[in-house]
Design a protein around this ligand. Structure first.
Ligand code: GAL
Length: 673
């Protein structure tokens, strides 16, 4: 199979043949094929059944599963089972367990019970990967690989084990070369933290109070690098024995414990696991939004991740061949892991799948085929009931497959005029030294993303690299805490409009205040200096003289004479400033403020936008435009359809409805020029 992206978009499913009697497998495979499923992911938790005793391999059942699934023309995605090391392995090597921040080893009994730094476990992971790659690597039914499962899930990225301590010290020695350099970089004169050698440095286990932020940041960087190395350990082996088969990993939503861009450099396909109602319940946290979007999910949260992981899929493959999937999609039924688990509204399941296809996903794969009657996830709905009979999701697959046939949209890795910068290191910095309890880089980027979506834009979420911002018309950095020199040079060399938010450039790479004050090197583009940061509780926002307010945070900014103050707070201090093509917003805007700044920047960059009705979102994909209704009211969308003709659905969009339009011109009228 070539590494190029697929020509058509397809449905997939996650399947656990080891959970069901072999006689059932042909029925399952036939039912999958019947409703148009084309990809099946298997194997990612099956280690104890592949190797029940050390060295005693039992691959016959997996051989048979390959045979049965391939006989129905299904394409297999094989997962390496390294997220669930078997009990015998843990007993042999108990120090492979991850250690929590309290210094206690986390136990066997669920999953992800391994420390990324443990050399013995890395060897074991390589061994089982090689056995699988040799046996199935060139099987005609094998379409792709998945490494491990959801790296870092259940807070397992940072481990405080002995192996991590040794690894961290070596890593620091390589980074800094001398202990004096480290002492200077971390500012260890503060609270008498000076070290005499790298061997004196500890992992901050059960520290009395705040740990030096530079120390914490380096620990996060080290831990992230271990995930990259762990993944590379597997991809190297797979590539050797399974040439031509793309490798994926299933990332998560709102998960930042490691740098996903760096892991993606070793993957042909970036995949992620989308659970809209679980995210609404667990990650959004604002009661009014939870109520408003109950049963359908937040209109921008999953979409944000589609755009983020689309970029990840381009890192190894290149922009024109980028590949991304939804490896696990919530079925149109309740989950098991929210605090509460409501059922999706009628139509929501279909809306989720189309939002992903419209964003260019190659495959959207439901989790899972059949609900089990045993184990931790027995309350998680599947496409089939525990009895093996069809549940709601089964019928939905048939419906979507027919629509896919009719519309034949192509996977699209597109390139938007708008680059919205999301940076893992900035997220770590915002967690390590937050200044406000609700400070989060992700949250700031997501809010800005929401404003762009409300203006009908389809955008790219990109890393802070010069390459990623090249040839854009608008670059938005809502809270890029550290600005690298290369990135600033990229900004200087581009002629794009730049919209920067609070705390941008506020720290050096070691999490210290930059010389000359924030926004650090951004001062080369706009002559301002932030002399104070104030954060307040949500009941005390900072009103602007125009509509809206800064919600909780603001900066006190001194500006040079070439800088124009565009908006002020009611107390008269500068709120929005501009010099040339750079705009700086000195606080966290509420929706009204965000909308105004984003639209101002779009106008300045001459990018057309639309004012969408509440809860309506659109996505342009080549010659197709998709319109979604996340709200609970029916909306007339005829106003969005000039230059388009109806390809699917209706111009009166019901709650959870999806309409698809085809451009009369063959290209999208909203894209600029
Ligand atoms: C994902 C995970 C799956 C399953 C699923 C349940 O996070 O990858 O194995 O646990 O959640 O929603």
């Amino acid at each position: 199979m070539p590494l190029d992206r697929l020509e058509r978009q397809s449905l997939g499913v996650c399947y656990y043949p080891e959970h069901w009697p072999q006689e059932r497998w042909p029925i399952d495979a036939q039912m999958m094929a019947e409703v148009g499923i084309r990809y099946v992911r298997i194997g990612e938790f099956a280690w104890s059944r592949l190797e029940p005793e050390p060295g005693k391999l039992e691959f016959d059942w997996l051989d048979r599963a390959f045979e049965v699934l391939s006989a129905q023309g299904l394409n297999i995605v094989l997962g390496t089972p390294t997220a669930t090391p078997p009990k015998w392995l843990v007993d042999r090597m108990p120090d492979m367990l991850p250690v929590g921040p309290d210094g206690r080893a986390r136990g066997f009994g669920s999953r992800r019970h391994y420390c990324f730094s443990h050399p013995g476990y890395r060897r074991e992971a390589a061994r089982i990967t090689e056995l699988l790659a040799r046996r199935y690597g060139t099987h005609p039914g094998l379409a792709a690989w998945q490494t491990d499962n959801e790296y870092g899930c259940h807070r397992t990225t940072v481990s405080y084990s002995k192996a991590a301590l040794t690894g961290f010290r070596d890593w620091l020695a390589q980074q800094y070369q001398s202990i004096d350099a480290l002492n200077r970089a971390w500012g260890n004169v503060f609270w008498s933290m000076d070290y005499r050698s790298f061997d004196e440095i500890e992992l901050p286990v059960a520290a009395v109070t705040q740990v030096n932020p530079s120390h914490m940041l380096d620990l996060r960087r080290y831990a992230s690098d271990q995930v990259v190395a762990f993944n590379r350990n597997q991809t190297r082996i797979i590539r050797q024995h399974s040439p031509g088969r793309p490798i994926s990993h299933n990332f998560m939503g709102k998960f930042f414990e490691f740098d996903h861009y760096a892991v993606s450099a070793d993957l042909e396909i970036a995949a992620w696991d989308a659970y809209p109602l679980g995210f609404l319940d667990r990650e959004i946290g604002e009661p009014d939004l939870m109520e408003r979007y109950m049963g359908v999910g937040h209109p921008d949260f999953d979409a944000f991740h589609h755009d983020l992981y689309r970029t990840c899929g381009q890192i190894r493959q290149g922009a024109t061949n980028g590949r991304w999937w939804v490896m696990e999609q919530q079925p149109p039924g309740p989950l098991n892991w929210g605090a509460f688990n409501p059922e999706p509204k009628p139509g929501a399941g279909r809306l989720w799948v189309w939002e992903a296809f419209a964003a260019g996903a190659e495959v959207v794969s439901f989790f899972r085929w059949r609900q089990p009657s045993f184990g931790q996830e027995q309350m998680h709905e599947g496409l089939l009931l525990p009895t093996g009979e069809p549940n709601y999701g089964f019928q939905l697959c048939r419906e979507i497959s027919e629509e896919l046939e009719r519309l034949s949209p192509a996977p699209d890795s597109g390139r938007s005029d708008v680059a919205l910068v999301f940076d893992y290191a900035s997220q770590w910095m915002s967690e390590i030294q937050p200044v406000a309890a609700d400070a989060s880089h992700f949250d700031s980027v997501l809010r800005t993303y929401g404003a762009l979506r409300r203006a009908g834009l389809s955008v790219d979420i990109v890393p802070p690299t010069a390459d990623a911002i090249k040839d854009r018309k608008l670059i938005i950095a809502p809270m890029l805490i550290h600005l690298s020199e290369a990135f600033v040079t990229g900004l200087e060399q581009s002629d794009a409009v730049i919209l920067a938010g609070p705390w941008t450039g506020s720290k050096t790479g070691n999490l210290c205040i930059p010389d000359g004050m924030p926004p650090g090197p951004l001062r080369q583009l706009i002559d301002i200096a932030v002399r104070r940061v104030e954060t307040r509780r949500p009941f005390a926002p900072f009103p602007l003289t125009e509509d809206g307010a800064f919600a909780g945070w603001r900066e006190d900014v001194r500006n040079g004479q070439d800088v124009e103050v565009l908006e002020t707070l009611e107390n008269g201090s500068a709120a929005v400033l501009q010099q040339g093509r750079t705009i700086y917003v000195a606080g966290r805007g509420d929706d009204a403020v965000q909308d105004r700044q984003v639209r101002r920047a779009l106008d300045l960059a001459r990018i057309p936008w639309v004012d969408l009705p509440p809860d309506i979102r659109i996505r342009d994909n080549g010659a197709l435009r998709f319109v979604f209704n996340y709200g609970s009211e029916t909306r007339d969308i005829a106003g969005l359809c000039d230059g388009w003709e109806l390809a699917m659905g209706s111009l009166v969009l019901e709650p959870c409805g999806v309409t698809c339009l085809r451009s009369k011109l063959g290209d999208s009228p909203i894209s600029s020029d």
